[in-house]
Design a protein around this ligand. Structure first.
Ligand code: NDP
Length: 505
């Protein structure tokens, strides 16, 4: 069943007639209502108006989806499919995602408030590229033969863990799903995935495209619904073998508890961050630097786990850098996410916007100085718009420098010595990403080594690409890494087979 979308897009002038939204659970290759028949409303963050009524899954639906996924795992149609055939199915899926990027991008923009240029031009191509990259690896991974003693053949092989559950956030709904689905499915697992309630729509369509590509029924299941019922039921389920989570540190902790209290399922955590951007005094291209600094904190409205939210800059160059970042804001227009010129769309919902604005108030009260933004704008649209906001005179012990704001808010902090810069950068409970800017190779290598973060960008804001793992230190998570072949490791068990050979005669 599909619901026809009738959003009020009067402000944008855009027409999206005919766009159909999948709003039901996707279990066993079929769309169906939640067992209790409940639904919840998801809204367009750019207008504050209802967008769709989505099935409110519950514990019974999770039980059903896990049962279906277990059956599909055990019957071997996917796990024992030849790697080349599995690859072909996943490649077809990636091609279908690409072919439908326009539709998927519009859905994502309406649902998440993200700029259309990003969703169509970046999120959907990256989603397809992620599936394709893992698909390509499927038939290129070999097992090992151990250096066993004479008369013994010992092999080390990889097997799927079985049933994977994934719980994902709302900031990159399609991409975060792909980061889990790509490696989990490529390695032969079946999966039950729960999108964030605010952004269920793109994943449901992507799952449907998966069925069209030939993913067998029951291998990929989507249960929509609230975290504290669907998410917890997955976390506690005794027949889920692995739980991959991206979201807040607070919820990540709960999954560890539920694992301990149930079946010791493997838990993979990709959590939040408070990432530093360090600027050393020798930097010459300050305008180029400002582009990276702005991208690091304002891309995706700052709703980004690896956002570079602390700009730690040498005192001698600070004024020039802050001026350059302010000048760069001209290139970050805020507005209707459906307008291709927009680079900053709406925050995900009213509650989150209020949380971001609360942090801005706290920053002011604690003595930091707002030099850009700082207030809600475009209120007449009904949307949740906060412009790029820059705080100067921030100390690293202030709330805005310690807590993850998850919005377009940059804190500028000064330093005098390299040792002080490193100490400030590492003085955070998080350790997801960091970047540093210098023209001096010695500083670059020295400081990159000292930073306690999973991804360090030098002279760039960077998360790497599909070939490099992504994951954090400390409260930013542990247990595995998204992207690269390291992601395959986390969805597989290692099996040793020790074969004793009999002598001749
Ligand atoms: P949440 O942790 O609140 O939500 C993430 C997911 O967990 C959602 O699907 C949510 O469902 C679910 N959830 C919420 N409460 C519970 C619960 N009690 N039990 C089980 N599941 C639950 O985070 P946000 O969605 O607010 O995302 C922002 C956070 O995610 C930030 O901290 C950010 O840094 C982090 N993040 C990390 C990334 C990384 O790669 N390290 C990437 C992107 C984001 P529902 O929507 O229904 O509440």
């Amino acid at each position: 069943m599909t619901d026809t979308l009738i959003p009020d897009m009067a402000e944008s002038g855009a027409t999206i007639d005919g766009l159909e939204l999948r709003t039901q659970l996707f279990i066993g290759g079929q769309f169906r209502d939640a067992a209790g028949g409940g639904r919840f409303t998801t809204e367009n963050p750019a207008t504050g108006r209802p967008l769709a009524e989505v099935a409110r899954g519950g514990a019974a639906d999770v039980a059903d989806a896990v049962r279906v996924a277990r059956r599909a795992a055990d019957d071997g149609r996917w796990s024992r499919m030849s790697p080349g055939d599995r690859k072909a199915v996943l490649l077809r899926w990636a091609t279908l995602i690409e072919a439908n990027a326009q539709e998927l991008g519009i859905i994502e923009t309406l649902d998440a408030g993200k700029p259309i240029t990003d969703t169509v031009g970046l999120d959907m191509p990256e989603t397809a590229a992620c599936i394709r990259w893992h698909a390509e690896a499927t038939d290129k991974l070999y097992g090992e033969v151990a250096p066993a003693p004479e008369g013994v053949v010992a092999t080390i092989t990889r097997e799927p863990v079985g049933v994977v559950a994934a719980v994902i956030p709302w900031n990159y709904p399609a991409q975060m799903a792909a980061w889990k689905l790509g490696p989990a499915l490529a390695t032969g697992n079946t999966i039950v995935i729960k999108p964030a309630s605010t952004t269920s729509l793109s994943l449901l369509r992507i799952a449907e495209l998966g069925a069209e590509a030939g993913i067998p029924d029951g291998v990929l299941n989507v249960v929509t619904g609230p975290g504290d019922t669907v998410g917890e039921a997955l976390g506690r389920h005794p027949d889920v073998d692995c739980l991959a989570f991206t979201g807040s540190t607070e919820v990540g902790r709960r999954f560890l508890t539920w694992s301990a209290e149930s079946n010791l399922k493997r838990v993979l955590l990709e959590l939040g961050g408070k990432s530093p951007q360090l600027v050393f005094p020798d930097v010459t291209d300050v305008a180029g630097l400002a582009q990276h600094v702005a991208l690091a904190i304002f891309w995706n409205m700052g709703e980004n786990c690896s956002a570079g939210s602390r700009l730690i800059v040498h005192r001698s160059i600070k004024e020039r850098v802050v001026d350059a970042v302010q000048a760069e804001l001209a290139n970050w227009p805020v507005g209707d996410p459906l307008d291709p010129a927009t680079r900053i769309g709406a925050l995900i919902n009213r509650g989150h916007m209020e949380r971001v604005l609360h942090y801005v108030d706290v920053g002011r009260r604690e003595g930091a100085r707002v030099v850009a933004g700082g207030e809600r704008i475009l209120e007449h649209t009904g949307g949740y718009f906060v412009p790029p906001t820059i705080f100067d005179n921030v100390r690293n012990d202030m709330t805005i420098a310690r807590e993850e704001i998850f919005g377009p808010v940059l804190s500028v902090i000064e330093f005098d010595t390299e040792a002080e810069a490193v100490a400030l950068a590492n003085d955070t409970p998080y350790g997801l990403a960091a970047s540093l800017y210098t023209d001096d190779l010695n500083i670059a290598h020295r400081v990159a080594r000292e930073l306690k973060a999973g991804v360090v960008g030098v002279n760039a804001y960077a998360e790497g690409d599909m070939t490099t793992p992504f994951g954090g230190y400390k409260l930013s998570g542990f247990g595995g890494h998204d992207k690269s072949l390291h992601a395959h490791d986390q969805y597989t068990e290692t099996k040793t087979t020790w074969i004793q050979l009999r002598g001749p005669g």
